[in-house]
Design a protein around this ligand. Structure first.
Ligand SMILES: Cc1ncc(COP(=O)(O)O)c(C=O)c1O
Length: 467
């Protein structure tokens, strides 16, 4: 981190603090601490303005699946830029990259979807999903059936509806959210919310029962949809307990409630299959995806809908005329061309096979941290995982927030040369580029562990464990 003195004068860091509002940053401390300025990237590494190298352990924001210098993707963007740098999809206009990518997504989708709608971010995709659910149920003559159930600790983005779906209080506090008709049911985190003596399956049954009780309390005629990330990312990398989605989907079917899969992190290979929905046997009616769709090289997201939902939308057009929704950049040809090349590279390079192979090492290295004195739980699958820090391993007691255990550990890891992130409290996540090799995984975990050990030494010295 840049020291305050460096923020004097006209350094890039000082100009940053004077000019930029940063996402998910303490805006007060940023004014004195300044930014980490990343200048270049190659493979799984990024380099700061002083030339210091880091392993990008989170693939940026769970997104740069091909790392930071994939020439094929850069070339795809350049070629499309030259051919047609922009066109839109309003009023029946179209471009070849958008058509090809839509066809590709339908071909690889985990469910028999009918059509694809493009947006620019995960949040826009999820806001679109909310509007489509409402639009669809209006088309069915069900104007009361509008509530959408999400989960505590879910992350679905930051726009007004997406932030409402998100189940993390900081996204609601003083933003006057959530909006009406968005509800949250229990979080399927067995380590935190499982009861003594309860098996994973019993816990999953209890989560499904919580959902059913909420639907019954609200009235099934008022509940339209349920949204879930297959693995919850920003909520702490929470992997659902065995049989969870099977039991949840049985409840949804009983009450005619749509299943929405938010594949913004899990989509495109993260769990070792193309989709998290395949890993957890989810049969979504609607799916949102983004991030690794273009390896994050350019902004693009997509929403896929079932035939029934598309039929409802067509009916609305017969009633109202145009489908009055869409972004200037929906289906922008340049990100769409990069997205298409990303999908091709996934196949040409057998990225799914690679992830399945190297994830064994990734998971072994995670599991080896289970005995660490600061680690309460280790969770990992495919190439995504986290450790949860605790003050007391036996009672699972968390650290007093005043110690800022998570953020301090992320900083110590960064000092050791790996960028991780503290999410939802004291969880340190790793979600590296999918192209990472076994030896790079070892190097990443060596640095991760060094940062953790440095913080453990500090925690014992300063007695963070005190009750
Ligand atoms: C599961 C999930 N959904 C939605 C989003 C929002 O995506 P964006 O930041 O592109 O708006 C994110 C972002 O991390 C995410 O992890």
């Amino acid at each position: 981190m840049t020291s305050p003195s460096l923020l004097q004068g006209n350094s890039l860091a000082a100009r940053d603090a004077k000019s930029l509002i940063h996402a998910y940053t303490n805006l007060s401390t940023h004014l004195t601490d300044g930014p980490l300025i990343i200048e270049t990237g190659k493979g799984i590494n990024v380099f700061d303005e002083n030339g210091k190298e880091y392993i990008e352990g989170l693939a940026g924001l769970w997104c740069a699946s091909f790392g930071f210098g994939e020439e094929e993707l850069i070339e795809a963007a350049i070629q499309q830029m030259r051919k047609l740098p922009f066109y839109h999809s309003f009023a029946s206009k179209s471009t070849q990259p958008g058509i090809r990518l839509a066809e590709k997504l339908l071909e690889i989708a985990p469910a028999p979807f009918s059509k694809v709608f493009f947006a620019n971010s995960g949040s826009e995709a999820n806001d679109t999903v909310v509007k489509l659910v409402w639009y669809y149920n209006n088309s069915r003559g069900l104007p009361e059936k509008k509530k959408i159930i999400s989960r505590q600790k879910a992350y679905h983005g930051v726009t007004v509806a997406a932030a409402s779906l998100t189940g993390l209080p900081p996204l609601h506090n003083d933003f006057d959210l959530p909006i009406k008709n968005i509800l949250h049911t229990s979080c399927p985190h067995y380590y935190r919310y499982g009861k003594d003596g309860e098996t994973e399956e019993e816990f999953a049954a209890r989560c499904a029962d919580d959902l059913e009780q909420l639907i019954l309390k609200e009235g099934p005629d008022t509940v339209a949809a349920f949204i879930a990330e297959p693995i919850m990312g920003a909520g702490g990398v929470i992997i659902p307990p065995a049989t969870y989605f099977e039991k949840i989907q049985a409840v949804l079917r009983k009450y005619d409630v749509l299943m929405i899969a938010d594949e913004v992190i899990c989509g495109f290979g993260r769990t070792g299959q193309m989709w998290g929905s395949q890993t957890f046997d989810i049969q979504p009616d609607i799916l949102s995806c983004a991030k690794a769709l273009s390896s994050a090289y350019l902004p693009i997201s997509a929403v896929m809908v079932s035939q029934d939902i598309f039929d409802g939308m067509v009916k609305q057009s017969e009633k109202h005329g145009a489908f009055a929704h869409g972004f200037t950049y929906s289906g922008h040809p340049v990100p769409a061309a990069v997205g298409m090349r990303t999908m091709e590279l996934m196949e040409e390079r057998n990225i799914l096979g690679h992830v399945r192979h190297v994830s064994k090492r990734f998971n072994e290295r995670f599991n080896a941290l289970a005995d660490h004195p600061l680690v309460g739980e280790v969770r990992s699958m495919g190439l995504i995982g986290a450790i949860e820090l605790v003050a007391d391993k036996k009672t699972k007691r968390s650290f007093d927030p005043k110690y800022k255990a998570g953020p301090k550990t992320a900083q110590a890891m960064q000092d050791a040369g790996v960028i991780s992130r503290a999410v939802a409290g004291d969880n340190l996540a790793l979600c590296p580029p999918l192209i990472i090799t076994e030896s790079e995984i070892d190097e990443m975990f060596d640095r991760f562990t060094k940062g953790l050990d440095d913080v453990a030494a500090m925690a014992f010295r300063e007695n963070w464990q005190e009750v």
